[in-house]
Design a protein around this ligand. Structure first.
Ligand code: SAM
Length: 176
């Protein structure tokens, strides 16, 4: 069953103030596993998609931090320390970004919902990445379906070997 966007946004708005207290320790191994495999290059244009309160941004060295921090929930964007990134309130299903304008996108536990919703977001991510650009993605294992890697390829995002990180499964993908 898909999550209605309005309810999802309201839930994150409501819980934003204690998100880090509840979830920072749960997100930490995912962020660590992703950064072990995918660090920005110095000139990369980087976005954190579904950035929440900015845990990923703060795990990166200052010069490698995302230029854009995008989230559906204004409450999460407000509650967070996004370390200088420009805050954008937007839906992953309709990114307000030009085609091919990014080198690297992170999406840590932020593509939520049923397969169709996730695939829609993946197609949007592919659109805004330049050819050869990277997507560092983790999805909740409890929401996975068979053949995720096949779907990633079908979306034009060629996945490296999958890895497990806490509750999530991760892939570093390259845009075809
Ligand atoms: C589990 S939190 C993860 C936050 C952050 N990536 C982290 O690791 O702490 C999921 C985040 O994704 C955002 N999100 C969920 N669906 C979204 C969508 N369709 N578009 C943009 N952001 C979304 C939520 O508002 C929330 O901040």
């Amino acid at each position: 069953v898909g999550f209605p966007r309005r309810e999802l946004r309201a839930a994150y708005d409501r819980d934003a103030s204690d998100y880090e207290q509840r979830f920072a320790a749960i997100q930490a191994p995912k962020i660590e596993a992703v950064l072990q495999r995918c660090m920005p290059q110095p000139t990369d244009r980087v976005v954190d998609l579904g950035c929440g309160t900015g845990l990923l941004a703060r795990a990166l060295p200052p010069l490698a931090r995302p230029v854009l921090a995008l989230d559906l929930s204004a409450g999460m964007l407000r509650a967070g320390d996004l370390s200088g990134a420009q805050r954008v309130q937007a839906d992953l299903a309709r990114l307000p970004l030009r085609d091919g304008c990014l080198d690297l996108a992170y999406a840590i536990t932020s593509l939520l919902g049923e397969r169709g919703q996730v695939l829609g977001a993946l197609l949007e991510v592919r659109r805004v990445l330049r050819p050869g650009g990277r997507l560092a993605l983790t999805l909740l294992q409890s929401e996975l379906w068979e053949d995720v890697a096949l779907d990633l390829r079908a979306c034009g995002l060629s996945p490296g070997e999958a890895f497990t990180c806490g509750q999530d499964r991760g892939w570093i993908c390259r845009r075809a």
